[in-house]
Design a protein around this ligand. Sequence first.
Ligand code: ATP
Ligand code: MG
Length: 458
Amino acid sequence: MALILIVDDERSICELLEIALRKEGHKVELASSVEAARRKVESQIFDIVISDMRMPGASGVDLLKFVKEMSPDCFFLLITGVPTLETAIEAINSGADRYVIKDHDLVDQVRRTVRDAAANLQLKKEAGFLRRELRRLTGLDNIIGESPKMRTIFDLIQTVSPQSSRILITGESGTGKELVARAIHENSARSSAPFITINCGAFPESLLESELFGYMKGSFTGANENRQGLFQAANQGTLFLDEIGNMSLTMQVKLYRVLQEGKVRPLGSAAEADVDVRVISATNKSFEKEIAEGRFREDLYYRLSVIPIHLPSLRERREDIPMLARHFLGKFQKEMNKPIQGISAEAMRRLEAYEWPGNVRELENTMERAVALETSSEVSLGVLPSRIAGYETPMDAGGNGALHLSVEGLDFEMQIAETERRYLQAALEAAGGVRTRAAELLKISYRSFRHYAKKHNV
Ligand SMILES: Nc1ncnc2c1ncn2[C@@H]1O[C@H](COP(=O)(O)OP(=O)(O)OP(=O)(O)O)[C@@H](O)[C@H]1O
Ligand SMILES: [Mg+2]
């Protein structure tokens, strides 16, 4: 049984289809315009939408875009009374799942299409449910992503977690290396023992050594007590060596020895202790280059990377952006207790088009900022940073006047208004809040300044 929305300005058609589909056991809702349909789609998740193509006001194709944006899995059936090649092409190009012509056969055709679609949806739902259930059981449900690239990663995590083999995670900054390392630990037999993280890039060499291996009282100035190293603290568990690419060559030799022998000797100690630790390391550097240029020992690299996992950058899996953006929206909206329901289509387009050099972390920060700034019920273009929203004012371009016009074009009025607002703000800042001075800086009269300030609420 599916939840179906039928949209047509012709009442008789709506009713005809409603009766037929109710008989099949489906739940049916009706809307007589695109506007009314949108409101329904916003408040309920429909499995199937059946919509007329030409209606007064907005068209079925507009509705189709809206629906696919809100719930990409929804099956969309377009019906039309004008059976021309052009309308057929328009329907298919705009992403309709099926296309049916309004003739004496309409009810039968719709019934058959809906039967197939409902059966398919059922299969999809079951597969989705199983996948989610598996994720929940294996602690992978906080790693978001449905792209083929991420699915491969999930499979890999599930396969390699139970064993104790060392893992090297590579990927650009912010791609989720630490998140994955934790998931691997949670999924392993070691999950009840500690997961300890150390950022190898953050310590000078001598300090890193005492952190990792521990020290005895008096072994160096400042060693006022015996202290266990992280290798021992992580015994039976997992040690995550982050930014391993920044480790000095001397430390690399020492680490190699520990991995080789499974024993550590604290600084100043005569005795070695056995340790059973799974080492997962991570880096955002390219090892090939580091090894070729003599900054990383090849033998250590092979020890660490028994299983290499490479995390794709966000721009290599753009299809995950909407899901991630909604995930972070939900998280921050709850944290900040703000009634923000969604992301405007325009804002989402920009999020999907942006390059994301800082990957998921940058997206997370962007959504946090957006939720904090947004005053309406959905995240709008205005609360995205200009580098993402696509504004490129002369100020952005460093004053050389090179403007960027993307293929989708831009909202001219809004660009100009935004530029005005930002110059106003900049002038005020430069003038230390003195309005007459700010007006002088902008070479406008104080009267005009007041006019603009009022217009932009500055
Ligand atoms: N697939 C994902 N789903 C949900 N959140 C993610 C995902 N990937 C990364 N994040 C989030 O993005 C942020 C950055 O992730 P993480 O710290 O694991 O990145 P990293 O690869 O270790 O980055 P760096 O190289 O800069 O240390 C974290 O807040 C993390 O929770
Ligand atoms: Mg990290």
